[in-house]
Design a protein around this ligand. Structure first.
Ligand code: NAP
Length: 305
């Protein structure tokens, strides 16, 4: 029950009304018997500074951050965790004791969790990332943590791809964080010669919105599958396809992969694990009820798909 003592946690972004985060977080809070309420709070870019200041003044216990603020919000944080510096993006804010917000990134932990559940050791495996936007940054950091042997990023825009690769090649950042470099290369979609890299990959991750329920413009699988259907029929036998999208589940790409017998992972587990990692930081609880979060998400998606 919401009372006069109930504290606020929430998500800021725009749009936020389709987010599953309130469903999974409130399910966890009920189970943890914490007198907090998690709300999706629409926030325009121009209002970001004011809203952050006001929520801190209201003693808000923690915030998640989504599109379009994950990168710009770094400027409003009084401190950034090493992982947020490395990724160059923040998806979680923790109230700083003295003032303002500490920015961190739990997408990295969320991305890794389902991979480790499938296979303990990914050391030395080759990976491909489709897309070079915000979530692809967390994916690179996760793959580096897993000691993947090399990472190839496929993008559609030369300038954006270059900017993305430069962030991770930044020597100052690597020296500050004492990182060993993981070979990272970029390929343009239009270069055409992608098949060789795709055939050699052990893990392929889709971070583009192609296949998303809201994004699908056609009934044709070819248009709802990244790069088109022809690229996916001749991959390594034990390849893993990981789609960050969770509506629909599975996407047309993963359905195709499942039919061919590839290992497939959808984005729901990542969403739940990044949320659980944020809740752990806000609450200082050791145990977060992941099962309650999963059941709430499954029920909600079943009733609303
Ligand atoms: P983003 O920052 O907009 O990045 C999307 C990337 O996909 C960009 O590189 C973009 O290229 C590329 N792209 C978009 N449309 C494309 C197309 N038609 N063909 C080829 N490339 C295209 O978005 P994001 O925040 O990374 O999110 C991407 C997806 O991941 C979304 O579906 C989101 O729901 C999902 N996601 C899931 C989780 C989870 O917890 N499961 C977490 C984060 C994100 P341009 O820059 O050239 O437009």
């Amino acid at each position: 029950m919401i009372t006069g003592k109930t504290a606020l946690v929430g998500l800021i972004g725009q749009p936020v009304q389709h987010s599953l985060s309130p469903v999974i977080h409130n399910a966890a809070l009920r189970e943890m018997e914490l007198d907090w309420c998690y709300l999706a709070l629409p926030c325009e870019s121009l209002e970001l500074g004011n809203i952050l200041k006001s929520l801190r003044a209201l003693n808000c216990k923690g915030l998640n951050v989504t599109i379009p603020h994950k990168q710009t919000i770094t400027k409003f944080c009084s401190k950034l965790s090493p992982v947020a510096q490395r990724v160059g993006a923040v998806n979680t804010l923790i109230p700083n004791k003295s003032d303002g917000w500490i920015g961190t990134n739990t997408d990295v932990a969320g991305f890794i969790a389902p991979l480790i559940e499938k296979k303990k050791d990914w050391k030395g495996n080759k990976s491909i990332i489709l897309g070079c936007g915000g979530s692809a940054r967390a994916v690179v950091a996760g793959l580096q943590d897993m000691k993947i042997s090399d990472i190839t990023v496929i993008g559609r825009n030369q300038e954006k791809l270059k900017h993305f690769l430069n962030h991770f090649k930044n020597e100052k950042l690597k020296n500050n964080l004492q990182m060993k470099p993981t070979p990272l290369k970029g390929l343009l979609e239009s270069e055409g010669n992608l098949s060789k890299d795709l055939k050699e990959a052990d893990l392929i991750i889709n971070t583009t919105p192609i296949g998303m329920k809201m994004f699908n413009k056609s009934d044709s699988d070819n248009k709802n599958i990244p790069l088109g259907i022809n690229f996916w029929n001749d991959l390594k036998e034990n390849v893993t396809l990981y789609d960050l999208i969770y509506t629909p589940r599975p996407t047309a790409w993963l359905q195709y992969g499942e039919r061919r017998g590839y290992n497939c992972i959808n984005g729901l587990n990542m969403l739940i694990h990044q949320g659980a990692a944020a809740l752990k930081l806000w609450s200082n609880y050791n145990e977060i009820p992941i099962n309650a979060m999963e059941s709430a998400a499954e029920n909600f998606l079943m009733l609303n798909s």
